[in-house]
Design a binder for this molecule. Structure first.
Ligand code: C6P
Length: 418
């Protein structure tokens, strides 16, 4: 991309900053917020804030229960949000979309409902070394109960799945499930999912995709990927916290027992026997996060109005610019693939400065980043570090913010070198 088109693109994106009221906040007097912690959670545009307020102001009622007008309105809004998610991920039917609290709950749903019904003693679940704890721990918990084993798929030094090692692991004949991040929340790696899924399917294994870091930033097509399950979190894509979604292939979901029991998910209850509702209600026990779903629908409409391709291109431009700047600072070690092969985030260490000190120094300049292990301890252990600092961009970030960030990293380093 030429410098001019990069500037044009980032200028075009900067126009959307005004949609996010929080971006006008000060961290402290005269220190504006520079929000670069978008992999942790994203800010909310006015369109989403208004949709949630509008829901509570004009239609609040419980869904799928009453026959009164407001319940019907609330149900229509809730189901319209489900349809928005279906379209957003490219699913065929809204029955394939289950609302959850977040990506973590979506993965737990698959691990427990599918896993406990299907895993047998000696079966294997593969998870990559770059997984977030949300895509490791549920599988370990279920594997322990089923007598199955969770095995790590090695990654290369530059943070890519080692495909030869993956093929060898698949060759065991015991792999039933492969759990993979679409985009790593630490390395920024965009995994070649279509190939990795095809390889799993060739040996009869299913694939659960952790889409927490991809769905907010690039177009998703679960059918083109042939993903069996795909998990996402609303709060990482401009929606409120407490709402997420699971996509599952209809036949797989239909064959799965419920995850949780209670109201809404039943067909008929007697003390002798209970039968369950059809999809998707079977997996949505209890009163759901209705306003959150409405907010998610509004967030999806907002993002699609801008265009996921444009958002991705903008973030790639920002990360290339930032990585070039960080590379000029002596003692910076970045993790993961080269700038042209990653999503809009980078984790790094700075020689002589602990990640928490660097993060505190950046905060003095109003810059919010994340420091620590980013819920990926095995990955940090693999690279022999306890913590890293991560900068992560979204559609509203600018080149000026990226420059401010790089200059402040250099300034913090000078401070600690004194
Ligand atoms: N990562 C981060 O700062 P929840 O908490 O359920 O919304 O998302 C869990 C999750 C799952 N997978 C990946 C790849 C993730 O990055 C996350 C959340 C945040 O990196 C918070 S730990």
């Amino acid at each position: 991309m030429s410098a001019l088109s990069l500037e044009q693109l980032t200028r075009q994106m900067a126009a959307h900053r005004a949609d996010f009221p929080i971006l006008a906040q000060m961290v402290r007097p005269n220190v504006p917020l520079v929000y670069l912690d978008n992999a942790a959670t994203t800010q909310k545009p006015t369109a989403v804030l208004r949709a949630v307020e509008d829901y509570y102001t004009h239609m609040n009622a419980n869904v799928h229960r009453g026959v009164h007008s407001f319940s019907e309105k609330a149900t229509a809004a809730y189901e319209a949000a489900r349809d928005a998610v279906r379209d957003f991920v490219g699913a065929t039917s809204a029955r394939e979309i289950i609302f959850t609290r977040n990506a973590t709950e979506a993965i737990n749903l698959v691990a427990y409902a599918w896993g406990l019904a299907n895993l047998r003693i000696g079966d294997q679940i593969l998870v990559s070394e770059m997984e977030h704890h949300a895509n490791i721990v549920p599988w370990q918990m279920v594997a322990e109960r089923a007598g199955a084993h969770v095995l790590p798929i090695p990654i290369t030094e530059d943070g890519q799945i080692d495909q030869d090692a993956y093929q060898t692991l698949l060759g065991s004949g015991r792999v039933r499930m492969v759990a993979l991040a679409h985009v790593s929340n630490v390395l920024g790696t965009i995994n070649p999912l279509a190939d990795l899924i095809r390889m799993a399917h060739e040996v009869g294994a299913l694939v659960t995709v952790d889409g927490a870091q991809s769905a907010p930033h690039m177009p998703i097509d679960v059918r083109a990927l042939d993903a069996d399950f795909f998990a996402l979190s609303g709060h990482k894509l401009c929606a409120p916290t407490g709402i997420g979604a699971l996509y599952g292939k209809r036949a797989l979901l239909e064959a799965m027992p419920p995850f949780m029991g209670g109201g809404s998910m039943i067909d008929r209850v007697t003390f002798a026997k209970t039968t369950y509702a059809d999809l998707p209600q079977r997996f949505e026990a209890g009163t759901p996060n209705i306003s959150g779903a409405v907010g998610l629908g509004a967030a999806i409409a907002y993002l699609r109005g801008i265009g996921l391709e444009a958002i991705h291109a903008h973030e790639v431009a920002l990360i290339q610019h930032t990585m070039a700047g960080l590379a000029d600072i002596e003692g910076v070690q970045m993790y993961g693939p080269s700038a042209d092969q990653r999503a809009g985030l980078v984790s790094f260490t700075l020689r002589g400065v602990h990640a928490h000190d660097l993060s505190a120094g950046l905060d003095q300049a109003g810059i919010a980043v994340r420091a620590g292990h980013h819920c990926a301890m095995p990955l940090h252990e693999k690279f022999g570090i306890a913590a890293s600092t991560r900068v992560s961009f979204y559609l509203y970030n600018t080149l000026e913010e990226a420059d401010h960030f790089v200059q402040t990293v250099a300034a913090v380093q000078r401070f600690f070198a004194r």
